[in-house]
Design a protein around this ligand. Sequence first.
Ligand SMILES: [Fe+2]
Ligand SMILES: [Fe+2]
Length: 471
Amino acid sequence: MLKIIVAHPDKEAGAGIVAHLNAQSFQSTLSTTGKDAQKLLSTQNFYAAILHMEIKDHSGYELLNYIKANRPSLRIVITCSATNALLKDDEVMENLVKLGILGVWRPPFALEDLSKIVDSSQNLSFILSKITKQEGQKAEEDVEAKNDDFTSIRIDDFFSGSTVLFDTFVKIGENKYIKILHSGDSFAEERLAKYRQKTEVLYFKSEDRRKYLKILDVLLKKVGKRDDIDDGTKVVMMKNMAQKYVEEISSFGLAPQLLDMGQSLVESMVETVRASPNLIQSLQQMKDFDPTLYSHAYLVSMFSSLVAMQFQWSSPKTLQTLAMASLFHDLGKLDFPKELIGTEVKDLSPENALKYWDHPYMVSRKLSDSKLVDSNVLQIIQQHHEYMDGTGFPKGLKGQKIHPLSRIIVLVNDFCNYLVPRNITPFDAITEMLQIPTTPARYDRQTLFNLCQIFADPEKVKTLTDKADKS
Ligand SMILES: [Fe+2]
Ligand SMILES: [Fe+2]
């Protein structure tokens, strides 16, 4: 549940805001003095702060400075009294905007507006309230629309409750689709079954993707820790969310709301992975990975988290940093022309090869515009192709110069790139990779060992790494 701190000098007015937010499924806490608010901010992680400028005993400005210095990614909405001169001063307003304040509100304001601005991505209850439910299903309908307007999902990965949440299509030709389920329909398995033999994928409109992500985000938070839900379902939900999330970024860039959603996704992933010790078996059985950049991001996040969990030093926060870096590590490739993705580096033109060598930095340049991204995440991404023996790129860094979490991504990245095109199991992939002569020198020994412990026989690694020691 997302936590919000409300700092308001008036107990009654503050309690009103808290009650409203809690009714929207936030978990909010009221502080009536600045000191109290600062104490809470120093000990707890909040998603957003609603800050009244006229709070006493540490003023609103002092709190704001504290937040900017210590909790820079916190979302802040400022409230003040109707007579406060703040809103009339252009310079003050400009500075507040520069500080990344989401909004300044002075009474009278509608509480709904306040929660909407805090949760600027679409709110799930809002989505659901817009759906007009009906008994039964509307007839199927032929639709002509551009392929680019649709986003695909495997039939087997398609979840639906009793009500269909968005229009669902099957493709029958170039730019030709049939709408088989309408938003609001009662779910009809028999209609899906009819198409299951003919196609493996369903489509929905790309404009519904944000809605779909929000739903998955809420669902994942609910089921991630439950042990009565099977791991296979959790794996598929995380896969869908991660893939659609990266697709959404590739269409819209790294908007702040999307970064928030990414944070929420990695939190869910880490919680789920930590709470489900047998998840690995579901991943081990996975085959037929699709070779897109989107699913690559998901696989690297999952396997990296699992490898990192084997280290004693790993904490939920480290795992989240790593999962975030894994999700974003190849976003620099999104600017590549489509036909270049998947082309081997040796087959690229000199100009395109340069672009490729630069992709670890390209993405971090994009992300550094956003104050919301942790500098560790950026560093890990920059080093995700650096090998321990200095033969990697772009800087040819060696050994200890490489961030410990980059050492994980670099191995898992190569592992996924080995595994997917060959369509073999993770067990076979690691066993084969261990036979490649460069393997022991390229990767951090303990990291390699951890990956093997997950999938293969650790003894084999020991033999190989011992050999590397002697050479
Ligand atoms: Fe890469
Ligand atoms: Fe990659």
